[in-house]
Ligand binder design. Sequence first.
Ligand code: NIG
Ligand code: FE
Length: 397
Amino acid sequence: MTTLLTNIGELTTNAPGAGPSAGSGAPDSGDSVGTLHEAAVLIDGDRIAWVGAAAGAPPADEIVDAAGRAVIPGFVDSHSHLVFGGDRAVEFEERMAGRKYAAGGIRSTVAATRAATDDELRARVRGFLDEMLAQGTTTVEIKSGYGLSVADEERLVRLAAEVTPEVTFLGAHVVPAEYADRGDEYVDLVIGPMLDACAPHARWIDVFCETGAFTVAQSRRVLEAGIARGLAPRVHASQLGPGEGVALAVELGAASVDHGTYLTDEDVALLAASDTVLTLLPGVEFSTRQPYPDARRLIDAGVTVALACDTNPGSSFTSSMPFCIAVAVRDMGMTPAEAVWAATAGGARALRRDDIGIIAPGARADLVLLDAPTRIHLAYRPGVPLVARVWKDGVAV
Ligand code: NIG
Ligand code: FE
């Protein structure tokens, strides 16, 4: 079954070579996101088969007329904590009235998560995924981290693995109450029996390297143990203040270091010289009233930047990539093209994937048709539901 999506007014391919090689669709000058106008995309099964000028498009079983609107790759949300019980609306309300965000709030979600059944957690996750898909997100990474016992962490990675291949074991999210003042003993548990139980369900290992969570020495133990078990590292760092988490992430070849609200010049230089993506999470600064990180400084220094929602009940309870794009453009110095790239191809880089975040032959057919003529409208019309139609693995959803 083939589908031709045609009469696309603005097609963001994220394949800079797409323009000239794809026929008469004129690429924008200096365009780094491979923009085509009056373009078409042929979907064959779950893959993209052809991209080019609408005038030269091949025949197809089904034709979809984009009516001059914009098409972008499906969003790749490379950072979420979707498996949890309860919420923390009251904590948010208090924070808006002046209370400071601290890592310790995680523990209240741990209690609610442990109390929830598998089916309750499953239903919750599926609800979030539906909500995300409706907003254009076609790939989601999911972390554990609200179980913090061997049985509960195993449950969370297992439930996450039911819905995505991008599962991250985050047993080292915070030290649970029953290990208060025994952080090193808790790390022994994480890198011993907990890792044994969770590694079979996970692709990634993560740690919250931050004051109030884990020290850099503890974080190193967690990441090295995960790497030894075949998991690839990613790190939460520099969310609440500057620290050594970025240097550790770069040293260990992490795919991504996430948050980066407080980066030193040294951190920026290390990231720029590395393959580690810096994943910015604008929903966190929005919901914790912290200063927005300066994405302009990072991009100008040569750092690869991704955008993600960090959907979780504490620091960021949005699941909207368009919202994150709008904030990144309004308050973090990104251009609309950079923000859309970071939310698609950037997320793919953060997950070390080359089959998503791009509209090119051979890539997965994950696409978003916007109810707008340009990608700029994602930032220009904040809060407006501009996602008209989504294809995930070639299927219109
Ligand atoms: O990414 N930073 C650590 N973990 C989450 C917050 C978790 C919570 O507050 O429940 C985050 O912001
Ligand atoms: Fe997080």
